[in-house]
Structure formats: structure tokens, C-alpha cells
Ligand binder design. Structure first.
Ligand code: ADP
Length: 298
């Protein structure tokens, strides 16, 4: 029954005879307000028990906690809005460049053609990245991440990633700071490359052009620790634990202007968790952030 149409309290329903003779149950959905002020979404089925004279003897209420269902629903909505928002920009750009290039009334010089093709390629890469992240995120829901372990030298991996970022490094110089003879750790090189790339690209996205990014390596007897430090906008303390949640983005002017799905750190944490490591952030708004992860040496 729809709550709107029902409009009866349970005691009114009982006093007036059960509103439904044939179908015996009433179903309502809503929020239970707890004494501490929090809410629990619930679905309640009321079923009446009648005696032979058709008088109500008892009403059985079956209360179902709908938190998980509601969460799944919210997640689906976020998923759809992220996909549509994040897909639109690259697709619009690709279409724009392609449309311009194929105009029959225009003759483009070699440079324009090259630049446009480069932009198309860049946007296609961005799309691939987004699709990969979405696939990873949905696979993670189904179960833990599988790792492909080998001996990984994190200092060399960092060096290799920095070379890949050479174009972006024009805006954000990157310094590497690893001690000599940095040990290898048993790890999944591809996954760790994904984590480090993500931390570096965040450091670039959320800091002003010209500011330095530092990648550092430290050692403790049991762990290797890698840090990525920027001098960017920073993250307010109350947001610092939430940024590792799926689809979570800090709501500020810069984040709204920068592209992102809020999946990068969620996936980074999943990868580090799968290695039995830890990942955390230290940040002062207005001064910058240091993201760090630690991996066991054995
Ligand atoms: P996104 O795709 O939005 O970058 P992430 O999961 O990588 O998603 O990051 C989640 C949020 O954490 C970002 O939207 C941003 O608000 C914040 N964040 C991540 N890295 C940094 C950083 N280096 N400096 C400031 N804020 C950051």
C-alpha cells in the first residue's frame, strides 16, 4: 500500500478494522528516527492475524533495514552521474577536433593537424583511463584485487614514471629523493605504477603551475615508505579520511574545475590494501599535501 493513500496510523488501522481484507499485508518504507537523531532507512511489512470472527488478534511487523539497498541505490546514481559528466568532456572535445579537421572548406596546415590529432589522442587516453578505473572499481566490488607479484624496485619505478610525466613536468618539476641501495619489495609493478601515477597526477592537478613535486623513499626495518609531496591547495582535516572513499571528491572551486571521478585514491587504497600495506595523507590547507604508502619488505 502507498503510505500516501494509507494515511492511517497503525492504531487507527487496527481500530477501524484492517484496511485490506483480502491482501493481508501493509508495506511502508521510510526512515526510523533514532534517539541519537540519526536515521535508519527501513521497510516495514505489517501483517494482521484474524480470529474466526474476523477480529484482529495481533499484528506482526517485519522490519527490514534498507541501509545497504539505499547505499547501492545512491552508488548507482553517483556512478551514472560521474560517467555522464566525465565522459561528456572528452567526447565533446574529440568530436570538436575531428569535425574541424574534416571540414571540406578549410585547408589546415601540418601543425594544426598535428596539434588537433594530439588533442584527440590525449582525450582518448583520458577516456581509456576512466573506463579502466570504472572497470577496476566494479571488479573490486565483486572481490579482492589479484596481484601479480615480482621483485619491484620502487626507486626505479618512480624514475620510470617521472619520465612518462615529462610533458606535464614543464608545469610541475618533479624531484626524486630515494636513498642509495633502495631494496626491492615483493609487489605488483603494474598496480604500483598505477598508484604512483595517480598520486603524481593528483599532486599536479591540485597545485598551482610552477610548484615543485617531490617523490621520496624511506626505509624502516619492516617497511618501505614512498611519499609524494606537493605545494598545492591541501585538504581540510575533516576531508582527509573521506577522500579514499569511492567517488569522493572534496567540494571546492578547484576540484569543480578539474576533471576527476573520485576513483583514483579509492583504487590506490585497494591496491595498497591488497599488498597488506598502508596509505595515508598529511596535509595543511593552503600549504600542500603529502601522500604516503608503506609496503612490507617481506
Ligand atoms: P579525482 O579523480 O577527483 O582526482 P581522487 O580519488 O584521485 O579523485 O581524489 C579524490 C579527491 O581528493 C580529489 O577530488 C581532491 O578533492 C582530493 N585530492 C586528491 N589528491 C589531492 C592533492 N594532492 N591535493 C589536494 N587535494 C587532493
Amino acid at each position: 500500500i502507498e503510505p500516501k493513500r494509507a494515511g492511517l496510523t497503525l492504531s487507527e488501522a487496527i481500530a477501524g478494522g484492517w484496511p485490506l481484507r483480502d491482501s493481508t499485508a501493509i508495506y511502508v518504507e521510510g526512515d526510523l528516527r533514532k534517539t541519537d537523531g540519526s536515521h535508519v532507512p527501513v521497510g516495514i511489512t505489517y501483517a494482521a492475524l484474524f480470529d474466526r470472527e474476523e477480529r484482529i488478534v495481533n499484528v506482526i511487523a517485519n522490519v527490514r533495514d534498507m541501509t545497504r539497498l539505499r547505499e547501492a541505490d545512491d552508488l548507482k546514481n553517483t556512478f551514472i552521474s560521474v560517467i555522464s559528466h566525465e565522459l561528456k568532456t572528452p567526447v565533446a572535445l574529440i568530436k570538436g577536433y575531428a569535425g574541424t579537421l574534416r571540414r571540406e572548406d578549410a585547408r589546415w596546415d601540418a601543425r594544426t593537424i598535428r596539434d588537433s590529432a594530439a588533442s584527440i589522442e590525449e582525450e582518448a587516453d583520458r577516456l581509456t583511463q576512466l573506463i579502466d578505473n570504472l572497470l577496476d572499481a566494479s571488479r573490486l566490488q565483486a572481490g579482492a584485487l589479484k596481484l601479480n607479484l615480482s621483485d619491484v624496485a620502487l626507486d626505479q619505478l618512480a624514475q620510470h614514471i617521472v619520465e612518462k610525466f615529462s610533458v606535464e613536468a614543464a608545469q610541475h618539476p618533479i624531484t626524486l629523493n630515494f636513498p642509495p641501495d633502495y631494496p626491492t619489495v615483493p609487489a605488483d609493478a603494474t598496480r604500483l605504477e598505477q598508484v604512483l601515477s595517480n598520486l603524481i597526477s593528483n599532486a599536479m592537478k591540485y597545485s598551482p603551475a610552477g610548484t615543485m613535486i617531490t617523490i621520496g623513499g624511506q626505509l624502516t626495518p619492516r617497511e618501505v615508505i614512498v611519499t609524494v609531496t606537493d605545494r598545492g591547495i591541501g585538504i581540510p582535516l575533516e576531508e582527509q579520511s573521506r577522500i579514499f572513499e569511492r567517488f569522493y571528491r572534496v567540494d571546492d572551486a578547484l576540484t569543480r574545475r578539474t576533471q576527476g571521478s573520485g576513483l583514483g585514491l579509492y583504487l590506490a587504497k585497494a591496491v595498497i590494501d591488497a599488498h597488506h600495506g598502508r596509505i595515508w595523507v598529511k596535509s595543511v590547507p593552503g600549504q600542500g599535501s603529502t601522500f604516503a604508502f608503506a609496503l612490507p619488505r617481506e
